[in-house]
Design a protein around this ligand. Structure first.
Ligand SMILES: Nc1ncnc2c1ncn2[C@@H]1O[C@H](COP(=O)(O)OP(=O)(O)OP(=O)(O)O)[C@@H](O)[C@H]1O
Ligand SMILES: [Mg+2]
Length: 230
């Protein structure tokens, strides 16, 4: 079953005559439980594509169904609730709130979708345990290494058991050892829980755990490489 179905996605910025055509008719299908890596040179449009697929931005034209929902047709309020209930995010810069503890950071999206404090707290601790950071619940982001901060960001993404996790260069700011741990974590999550993962990476090595690698060039997917059929 396909969980993402994008057809002829275009994304332009600005107005004529200064228009930038960043996505130029992208078709993507992601299957439920699939691990898809997106690769390509800087400026190819990888992040822009991720923003569309993860409902953080709206395409200029095209069709996009995520988990069976026509996300382009949603109101802003519906999009917010769709994101909180269905999607998880891991960013390059972790995007943790500096004044909140690891536990509170992980609780945040759960509280935002109306969960009770105690339930959110219990789920947060379980997610933090799952990423191998048991005992670091009270640490502030500044009291964690970069790799640990990214693991907390993954805990935050998985705590709400989203249907899809989007990770845009999750290892960009990490050393090799931490990077490998992050990739392991995402691959394990995919294998053991059939979690759908869509990840952008510059490193070929980190894409090798994926089922499929999409290669982007100049706003288009120019090659699709199947590594491990689902
Ligand atoms: N809001 C915007 N307004 C104008 N141009 C934009 C905007 N966002 C992205 N672009 C342009 O779209 C192109 C693709 O950007 P994008 O961030 O998607 O690339 P990328 O493949 O993720 O690159 P990198 O590997 O460096 O992260 C770039 O040329 C960028 O300048
Ligand atoms: Mg990018």
């Amino acid at each position: 079953m396909s969980i993402i179905q994008a057809t002829n996605l275009h994304r332009t910025f600005g107005k004529e005559p200064l228009i930038t055509h960043v996505l130029r008719g992208v078709d993507v299908t992601v299957q439920q439980g699939e691990f898809v890596a997106i690769m390509g040179k800087s400026g190819a449009g990888k992040s822009t594509l991720m923003y569309q697929l993860s409902v953080l931005d709206t395409p200029s034209s095209g069709q996009l169904f995520v988990d069976g929902t026509d996300v382009i047709a949603l109101s802003e309020k519906e999009r917010t609730s769709f994101r909180l209930n269905t999607l998880g995010y891991v960013f390059q810069d972790y995007a943790l709130v500096p004044d909140l503890s690891a536990r509170e950071n992980v609780m945040m999206p759960l509280l935002m979708r109306g969960e009770l404090w105690q339930d959110a707290s219990a789920k947060a601790d379980r997610a933090i345990d799952d990423v191998g950071l048991a005992g670091k619940y009270q640490n502030l982001p500044a009291e964690l290494s970069g790799g640990e901060q990214q693991r907390i960001a993954i805990a935050r993404a998985i705590a709400s058991t989203p249907k899809i996790i989007f990770a845009d260069e999750p290892t960009a700011n990490l050393d090799t050892v931490s990077s490998k741990q992050i990739i392991e974590l995402l691959s394990n999550l995919n294998r053991t829980t059939s979690q759908t993962v869509v990840m952008v990476t510059h490193e070929r090595e980190y894409a090798l755990g994926a089922n499929r690698v999409l290669h982007m060039e100049d706003g288009l997917i120019v090659q699709e490489e199947i590594l491990r059929p689902l």
